[in-house]
Design a protein around this ligand. Structure first.
Ligand SMILES: [Zn+2]
Length: 279
């Protein structure tokens, strides 16, 4: 019951906490941290120019929902000269904002979820044929990424796996669709969970729904103690209530859940069309 109350507060009543996010970023800047996008950090590392006396904060945004708040976060960071990474899902791919971020020096990437998409289409409850699921999801990933690149005119070479209720239900993450062949043919520069990036991290933090706010704790602690490389993952939804967007997203999640578990909702066919090859 408490959890539901917190969710309702987070989604519909919570005032903007963007000033708190700003204070974390300002703390990093004032402590001398270089605040970088993922590709910005990897470029420095690949050139062998990581300075042992420097401190780095890698800033990543997963735009799961709420493009309007994502835009506010981008504008806030721009005011302080920060250019971070923003990963967009197909559902949130706002081409105007993506172009604005790219043109302003930020990094735009693809937040992919094709294993979950295929599992929903097939209404897979058990992973009896993992290879087929991975293969089909891999093909869909290539199609979706190519289409998004064409539509946006952006390279989208950095990608990050999204987590969905179906992934949790099946116990398989979207990352698993990535084969060396797909990485090569789609010119993938990195996936956000690649060891090439994570091996550098001394600590990592992500935002959480009210009232916990941070996992595992407020990153200012790590900034103050001077951790060498910190990664910060931010989701727009945790920073300002956007009641209309959150209501739409909650209804979509309920609808998808009903379609996935029961096949139809109130006699209507699911909006997702089953794949003929998988029937
Ligand atoms: Zn996500």
């Amino acid at each position: 019951m408490k959890k539901i109350a917190h969710r309702l507060f987070n989604d519909f009543l919570m005032p903007s906490r963007l000033d708190e996010l700003e204070s974390v970023l300002l703390a990093a800047l004032s402590e001398g941290y270089k605040v970088l996008s993922i590709d910005g950090f990897l470029n420095v590392a690949r050139e062998g120019k990581l300075d042992s006396r420097s401190r780095y904060l890698i800033l990543r945004h997963d735009i799961d929902t709420d493009v309007a708040t994502a835009r506010s976060i981008w504008q806030l960071e721009r005011q302080h000269g920060i250019c971070a990474t923003f990963f967009f899902r197909l559902l949130t791919a706002d081409i105007a904002l993506m172009s604005e971020i790219h043109d302003g020096g930020g990094e735009v990437g693809y937040h992919f979820e094709e294993i979950a998409t295929v599992a929903k289409r097939k209404r897979l409850k058990v992973t009896s044929n993992l290879d087929h699921l991975r293969k089909h999801a891999g093909e869909l990933f290539c199609e979706n990424l190519a289409a998004l690149r064409l539509k946006s005119g952006l390279p989208l070479c950095g990608i990050a796996s999204h987590g969905d209720f179906v992934n949790r239900s099946l116990g398989i993450i979207n990352y698993e669709l990535l084969t060396p062949e797909i990485r090569q043919s789609m010119r993938i520069d990195y996936e956000a969970y690649d060891g090439e990036l994570t091996d550098h991290l001394e600590s990592r933090f992500s935002d959480l729904m009210y009232p916990n706010l941070w996992n595992p704790l407020n990153p200012i602690v790590a900034i103050k103690r001077g951790d060498r490389v910190i990664k910060l993952l931010i989701h727009p939804r945790q920073w300002r209530s956007n009641p209309l967007e959150n209501a739409k997203d909650n209804m979509l999640r309920v609808y998808e859940g009903l379609c996935y578990y029961f096949g139809t909702v109130l006699g209507l066919m699911p909006f997702i069309i089953p794949c003929e090859n998988c029937l």
